[in-house]
Ligand binder design. Structure first.
Ligand code: ZN
Length: 64
């Protein structure tokens, strides 16, 4: 009695969802309030947007 050949089962390839960068929340950019005054550090209504240095703008949490 020959063993029946089983067809190779293909595993579904599921793409791993990249974790969101904790610093920019997946935006790739961080917004900071502009402070004025060296001593007081008073916050202004202005905000500046900068590239997130944690993920370098990818929005994905760096994996190491
Ligand atoms: Zn980031």
């Amino acid at each position: 009695m020959a063993a029946a050949k089983r067809p190779a089962t293909r595993r579904k390839t599921t793409k791993p969802v990249p974790a969101k960068c904790p610093d920019c929340d997946g935006n790739g950019e961080i917004t900071q309030a502009v402070r004025v005054g060296a001593r007081t550090g008073r916050l202004t209504d202005d905000h500046q947007t900068g590239l997130c240095l944690t993920c370098w703008g990818t929005g994905e949490a760096p994996t190491d």
